[in-house]
Design a protein. Structure first.
Length: 620
């Protein structure tokens, strides 16, 4: 059985039972059963499945890890967490997130006005809201409105100009108020420490955000002068998303902890929290040799608590509350993208495709004999002979001595020999065999858009775990390249010898074959682009009741063609009118033909851009 690295990235969320990948929860239904259930409702194309219990699991493990660390070290500060909305703003996710996180007093982080409105409307009163990013007067005023609504909101200052605006807005909102209400204030610090990897630039002196030491002192004086020093509550830093190495975080914690202590001793007596930002990494790798994270959640929590405690003791200040804004860790594993396979592009290299003649060129006849008599003992020798014959035959074709049918037979027979040899020699792998596998890789056409559903693969070469939904009790032998249906050559996940993906040799005219992409819940949806005007796939929420049975709820179908055009500000009414008039005025069409064509047109306009899968003639 091949588990496609499930033991590395799966976090025990999925299991393999009877050759199918199943949810490791409640009655353990298979992803195939859930997918088929949705498709039976009439939804085709790619499918995004959301699992609320996995969101709840991530939140509970995060809070439990910090609770245990606090208990182990006798830490006096509290632990808080907020979810950064930039990671996933889709309502089916956010609504579920707030529903399952209620016991943990979990909040939201906003980085724009629109996100702030989501946070104000979805966060329970008392749960924390943090506001990061660049802000104008209107956004700061929204924060004051949130505070007056009763929200526990903290504005993180990214520059001195924002602090001056806060002081101005405070006068506007509170100058005649007997009991002034103002948001808490945080200072984002520009650390010397930086992260590692693709997002290392989030930290360090050249980072986009944060106040220098000089600006911190100026901010302190401005707050004191405006009599707002008692609202200074938080120090904030962030050294990068997907921190694979724990060491840079430790360095940043020491730096931030000492800044916190210095401000406390200077007179910021109400300063009581350090926000360590996000960055808690997710393990995406399917291969033991390329793991992305060198620490556990327990180590992460222990390091944060221990270092903050040590600095507080050495500086003789109160231990701060700890805030995290880990989004990828909370959201990534809650969703699974299911993509149907439409076609295998080298299935023409099949024995039934041969066009052998009554009398064939000698080398082609010999290729056929090699294929027919291939055994484990002679496989390597015959393989070498076949490759040599192919070069000779292609040269003969270029010289005009064999015809197109002969060339086709050559390609098919050599491909069949390579496939059969690989299968016979699979227990004795070699570099030569691996190179041959790459040479005959199978191209799987998937009914999805990589630009829409896996933008981080396209933009950052981020790898995502992928595996078929079934046949996991059969060893896959096809080196696989995955093609999406966009008309862009970048819409491809190529076969890599260092990160190989092998899939099954199937006939899509006889059975359906689905691939699942995991850990797609962070960033992929909100960053997905409408390249070729492919839209967000049909999505649904899969919930389990107390008896363990699953229910498919909140289905949102992929947008139809006219809705997509409407989003791009096309005048869809005008398009509709133009199409209708063109058909009605076509002189070569009979009246009944026009009505029939119009009916078909409107049917197609009501559907989405994804392709219709080939209907299986039989199903396992």
């Amino acid at each position: 059985m091949k588990d496609f690295g499930l033991h590395i990235w799966g976090e025990e969320n999925f299991t393999i039972t009877h050759g199918r990948v199943c949810i490791n929860h409640a009655t353990s239904p298979s992803l195939l059963a859930i997918t088929q259930c949705v498709r039976q409702k009439g939804y085709k194309g790619p499918l995004l499945l959301r699992f609320p219990h996995l969101i709840a699991k991530q939140i509970s493990t995060l809070f439990e890890a910090f609770s245990q660390a606090k208990e182990s070290f006798g830490y006096q500060g509290n632990f808080h967490a907020v979810f950064p909305l930039k990671v996933n703003q889709f309502p089916n996710f956010v609504n579920t997130l707030m529903e399952v996180s209620t016991p943990y007093h979990y909040g939201l982080e906003a980085g724009s006005k629109a996100e702030l409105i989501i946070a104000m409307s979805k966060t329970p009163l008392g749960a924390p809201i943090t506001v990061n990013g660049f802000k104008d007067k209107e956004m700061i005023a929204l924060c004051f409105i949130a505070a007056k609504m009763g929200h526990n909101i903290t504005i993180t200052i990214e520059g001195l100009g924002e602090l001056e605006t806060i002081i101005s807005v405070n006068q506007e909102f509170n100058q005649h108020h007997p009991h002034p209400i103002c948001p808490k204030i945080g200072l984002r610090i520009r650390l010397h420490s930086s992260g590692v990897g693709m997002w290392a630039k989030s930290g360090g002196y050249s980072s986009k955000f944060g106040l220098t030491s000089t600006e911190l002192l100026e901010a302190y004086e401005l707050l004191k002068k405006a009599q707002l020093l008692d609202h200074l509550w938080m120090i904030h830093f962030h050294i990068g998303s997907q921190m694979g190495d724990i060491s840079p975080l430790k360095k940043a914690l020491r730096e931030a902890g000492n800044i916190y202590a210095e401000l406390k001793k200077r007179g910021a007596t109400d300063l009581g929290a350090i926000n360590i930002g996000g960055g808690l990494a997710v393990e995406y790798s399917q291969h033991d040799t390329t793991r992305e994270r060198n620490y556990s959640l327990k180590e992460f929590a222990n390091d944060v608590i221990y270092l903050m405690q040590e600095i507080a003791k050495s500086k003789n200040v109160a231990e701060p509350d700890i805030f995290t804004e880990s989004g990828r860790y909370i959201a990534a594993n809650h969703s699974v993208l299911i993509a149907p396979v439409l076609e295998l592009f080298s299935q023409e290299y099949h024995e039934r495709g041969l066009r052998l003649k009554a009398i064939n060129p000698p080398l082609i006849q010999e290729l056929h004999d090699l294929f027919s008599t291939l055994t484990p003992d002679n496989a390597k020798e015959y393989l070498h002979d076949a490759l040599d014959h192919m070069e000779s035959l292609l040269t003969l074709f270029d010289l005009g001595y064999i015809d197109l049918e002969d060339r086709s037979n050559t390609e098919i027979l050599v491909n069949l020999i390579i496939k059969k040899a690989i299968l016979l020699l699979q227990d004795t792998p070699s570099d030569e065999l691996r190179q041959l596998q790459a040479r005959i890789q199978e191209k799987y056409l998937l009914n999805f858009s990589a630009f829409q559903s896996l933008p981080d693969f396209w933009g950052l070469t981020q790898q995502f775990p992928v595996m078929p939904l079934e046949k996991l009790d059969t060893k896959p032998t096809n080196p696989a390249t995955l093609w999406d249906i966009s008309c862009d050559s970048d819409g491809e996940i190529p076969f890599r010898q260092d990160l190989p993906l092998y899939l099954h040799d199937i006939d899509v005219t006889q059975e359906e074959y689905f691939l699942a992409f995991f850990l797609t819940g962070a960033y992929q949806e909100v960053l997905g682009m409408k390249h070729n005007l492919f839209t967000h796939p049909t999505e649904c929420v899969v919930r389990f009741d107390e008896a363990g049975a699953y229910h498919i709820e909140e289905i949102i179908e992929a947008q139809n063609l006219m809705d997509v055009l409407d989003d791009l500000d096309y005048d869809t009414a005008l398009i509709d009118k133009s199409l209708k008039q063109s058909i009605e005025q076509a002189p070569h069409l009979l009246a009944e033909e026009k009505q029939d064509i119009l009916g078909k047109l409107y049917l197609y306009l009501s559907e989405n851009s994804y392709l219709k899968t080939i209907q299986a003639q039989s199903s396992e």
